[in-house]
Ligand binder design. Structure first.
Ligand code: ZN
Length: 249
């Protein structure tokens, strides 16, 4: 899998051409712009939502994208209370972000990842509050990833504990349909790797990330001799194709 830069030069040239965009994604590019471009080309509201969901997962800190995705969710289901609430939260925070009174800088609510870490006994509630307080200066849309990094940097959790919490979180999100199944989950479901192996790979990914080394899940599976490069590429293609089937293209 290849991570595309933003803006993606390929998509900049082919943003109106669905076939080219589809080919780009099926080649395994992790491309935010491709999903955004596709979301503008599809006619169906549900497909538009799916595209924006994919894009927002690739760029979790992109607030504009989160808004577009939540609006698309509401277009599909106006009674989607989660989307409505989240959208209101984001819009309110944006309105208030220029107002520099202490009143508006209440500590953010605990994030799901923090709750999970507490529930598996990795950290205490007091420790989570400490980290959340530290984040107060930044955006309230602090990503779970950043909280995880902060906990790691302060030596409050181990990479293994964070990996476990991230897997639990992904499972919960998939179950709640707030995120599509991710590649790692797909590999476990299809029996390519075990859940314990996925956890080990994620742990290694987090550990290397702390050293400033970025590896994709696929790269690490190969490095750790859990899957061959060919098998990873084949599985990634299958995974993309299953997603594409719903588009009937
Ligand atoms: Zn791209």
């Amino acid at each position: 899998m290849k991570q595309c830069q933003v803006p993606c030069p390929f998509i900049a040239l082919h943003s109106q051409d669905m076939a080219s965009i589809r080919k780009h994604l099926l080649e395994g590019h992790q491309c935010r712009d491709a999903w955004v471009a596709l979301s503008k080309l599809v006619q169906d509201a549900r497909q538009r939502k799916d595209c924006l969901e994919r894009a927002s997962i690739l760029a979790p800190d992109d607030e504009e994208l989160q808004i577009a995705y939540l609006e698309a969710r509401l277009a599909v289901d106006p009674a989607d209370m989660f989307a409505q609430q989240r959208l209101n939260e984001i819009r309110t925070m944006r309105l208030l972000s220029d107002v520099k009174t202490p009143y508006f800088h209440e500590p953010p609510k605990p994030r799901l990842i923090g709750d999970i870490l507490i529930s598996i006994g990795a950290i205490t509630e007091a420790e989570l509050n400490e980290v959340l307080a530290e984040q107060r200066r930044g955006s309230l849309l602090v990503s779970d990833r950043r909280i995880g990094q902060l906990l790691l940097r302060r030596g409050m959790i181990t990479p293994a504990k964070l990996a476990k919490a991230l897997i639990i979180q992904q499972q919960e999100r998939s179950r709640a349909r707030t995120a599509p199944q991710v590649l790692g989950e797909y590999l476990v479901e299809k029996g390519y790797i075990t859940a314990a192996q996925l956890e080990a790979v994620l742990t290694e990914q987090i550990r290397l990330d702390q050293q400033g080394k970025r590896y994709s899940l696929g790269q690490l599976l190969v490095r750790m001799h859990l899957m061959s490069k060919e098998a990873v590429e084949k599985a990634a293609r299958e995974y993309e194709q299953i997603f594409w089937q719903q588009f009937n293209t």
